[in-house]
Design a protein. Structure first.
Length: 341
């Protein structure tokens, strides 16, 4: 099969001929039809999510969508032909966290797809059967690439933040691959949404195409909430810089909830316990999603309740250029690798 692999963490991708994988017991063989491309895959390749030398070479790509072509022993052969998307985290399915629907906090966490085992930048991939989650019939594979992360993560965030009808929600980094879908999910919950980003073209897209109120956050010291707001009920920060986090905390109103999702090293922000108590505020971390939330995200996309924002689509030979555009902030929403021709 054809596959893109890197041979050193942070090194270049090479398009290579690789032996077709065979499903082990408990696994399925998936013919990849498309794979989402976002900043997380750049972090995977750079070694930010794991950099053990013995795991090289590696095929990246965790937001894959494809069709099950074969089942290993112990897997119901009736799943052959099923359109599936991959769950990003490698989990046991048997610990307290997994049974509680908190698979992203699995007590026997085994790593990440595309980092600790090969991912979807290839024509074929094997997955643990429990990681291959079924998608609604008729869902376009490229459109479906937003489900595993770009929409499933916001669905989880909405629960973490307890977003309710009438809430005033700020999305920092709203034109990114996850942010553009977070704004839509928050609106589905009945919230009024303000999207912050730095690119005028992207802000215009949010306003004109998604109906989101926007503000330029090139300089956080000049960003103001709408006059009618006494403060934000929820701020979701996808940027995770010291400046964005400081602004986010200061923007919270009484009972406000700040949700953080980034894990950059050496980024800290001072927090006042007095402010948290007297204004009844909450800071919450949000780690990926549970599988039930993943399935809800698939339904939202299939019904058209959430629009897939995919700003670029390429084949295997166009991935490097797409990665460069992502790193430069030039892609609206998500990118997609398409293998259907």
């Amino acid at each position: 099969m054809k596959a893109l692999r890197f041979h050193e963490w942070g090194g270049p991708l090479r398009l290579e001929d690789v032996a077709d994988p065979t499903p082990a017991p408990g696994e399925v063989l998936v013919e990849v039809r498309a794979c989402g491309v976002g900043r997380t895959v750049l972090n995977c390749i750079s070694g930010n999510l794991g950099s053990e030398p013995d795991k090289l070479p590696r095929i990246p790509g965790h937001e894959l969508v494809g069709t099950i072509r074969a089942c290993g022993s112990g897997v119901d052969s009736g799943r052959e032909g099923e359109l599936v998307a991959a769950y990003f985290y490698l989990t046991c399915g048997e610990c307290r966290a997994c049974y509680a629907g908190m698979q992203s906090c699995c007590e026997n966490f085994a790593g990440y797809l595309g980092v600790d085992r090969d991912g979807g930048y290839a024509e074929l991939v094997t997955l643990p059967a429990q990681s291959a989650l079924p998608l609604p019939e008729g869902l376009d594979p490229v459109t479906a690439t937003v489900v595993p992360d770009a929409v499933a993560t916001p669905v989880h965030v909405a629960g973490v933040a307890n977003i309710r009808a009438g809430d005033r929600v700020v999305v920092v980094g709203a034109a990114g691959g996850v942010g553009a879908h977070m704004a839509q999910v928050a609106a589905l919950h009945g919230a009024t949404v303000l999207g912050l980003d730095v690119d005028r073209r992207k802000l215009d897209f949010l306003a004109d195409e998604l109906g989101v109120d926007v503000a330029d956050s090139s300089d956080f010291s000049s960003v103001r909430l709408p006059v009618a707001w006494s403060g934000a009920d929820v701020v979701v920060d996808f940027l995770g810089s010291a400046k964005s986090l400081r602004w986010s905390l200061d923007a919270l109103g009484v009972g406000g909830r700040l949700v953080v999702l980034t894990t950059f090293k050496d980024v800290d922000v001072a927090v006042s316990p007095r402010q948290l108590v007297t204004r009844h505020q909450t800071i919450a971390g949000s780690r990926y999603c549970g599988k039930a939330e993943f399935m809800r995200a698939a339904d939202l996309v299939a019904r058209g309740d959430v629009r897939a924002v995919i700003g670029a689509q390429v084949g295997l030979d166009g991935i490097t250029a797409l990665h460069d555009r992502l790193a430069a902030g030039e892609v609206m929403g998500r990118g997609a690798l398409a293998l259907d021709g």
